[in-house]
Write a protein that binds this ligand. Structure first.
Ligand SMILES: *Cc1c(COP(=O)(O)O)cnc(C)c1O
Length: 236
């Protein structure tokens, strides 16, 4: 029990500190704290630790590796109201597992994957909520649709029957200064605004950007959802 309380204390402190960072960043940006959602990234941590954070009131969790994520989803079916997000690279042979188990996918970057997810989404579940991953800073080896192709992909994805397009996701290269982080996040915000104007779909409301090291700059630029792992769970 002593050990359990220690872990809970530590996780609780870190979790509240992250919430406070988001609140302060939002207020500095002239935004309401509620306009920024927290997605806690639980990759490499066990379902017990996820349960600890869920006990603090957290509902949205993100996983990178499909099988690891599904194992945790199954282990935690007894915890009501959890919302699971797939944020890692997606191969064709993993789309069925994802379509059958998760609520959101942030890492759709090609139509073929989106089509498979739509075909494989079970009829008894709500539409899969989808963000398109954009390679916002143009890294040659990085996942993500090039910004110039994002609108065409968004239009095709929005037409798929079992997916609901929610917005964009980015993973910029780490940058040292706030201003450098902000500059890239602002490019993503600009693209997101263009996309929203062109699509005019009310449910396109999510800009998934910002992690432990750059969430303040992401919130300043207009992120609506930050994905935070290390700052909650510690180093992986
Ligand atoms: C691991 C990961 C995160 C969380 O990163 P931290 O630096 O640990 O906060 C966010 N998004 C994606 C896509 C990740 O893979």
């Amino acid at each position: 029990m002593a050990c359990y309380s220690l872990i809970m204390d530590e996780l609780s402190k870190r979790y509240q500190a992250v919430r406070e960072r988001i609140t302060q960043a939002a207020l500095r940006a002239g935004r309401t704290p509620e306009s920024v959602q927290l997605l806690v990234v639980s990759k490499t941590f066990g379902s017990e630790q996820v349960a600890h954070v869920a006990a603090l009131g957290q509902r949205n969790f993100g996983e990178n590796y499909v099988q690891e994520g599904v194992d945790k989803i199954v282990a935690l079916t007894g915890v009501p109201g959890l919302v699971w997000h797939c944020i890692g690279p997606l191969q064709s042979n993993k789309t069925r597992l994802v379509a059958e188990h998760v609520d959101w996918v942030h890492s759709v970057d090609r139509l073929k994957i989106a089509q498979r997810l739509s075909e494989q989404r079970p009829a008894h579940l709500p539409p899969l909520q989808v963000c398109l991953q954009v390679n916002i800073d143009g890294g040659p080896t990085k996942a993500g649709v090039p910004p110039a192709d994002a609108l065409a992909l968004a239009q095709a994805v929005a037409a798929l029957p079992r997916l609901q397009l929610r917005g964009l996701m980015t993973i910029p290269e780490p940058a040292d200064t706030f201003d450098a982080q902000l500059a890239v996040h602002q490019q993503a915000k600009h693209l997101f605004d263009e996309l929203k104007a062109a699509l005019a779909l009310p449910h396109v409301d999510t800009l998934s950007m910002g992690m432990s090291a750059d969430l303040e700059a992401a919130v300043q630029a207009g992120s609506t959802l930050v994905r935070v792992g290390t700052a909650v769970f510690g180093a992986r």
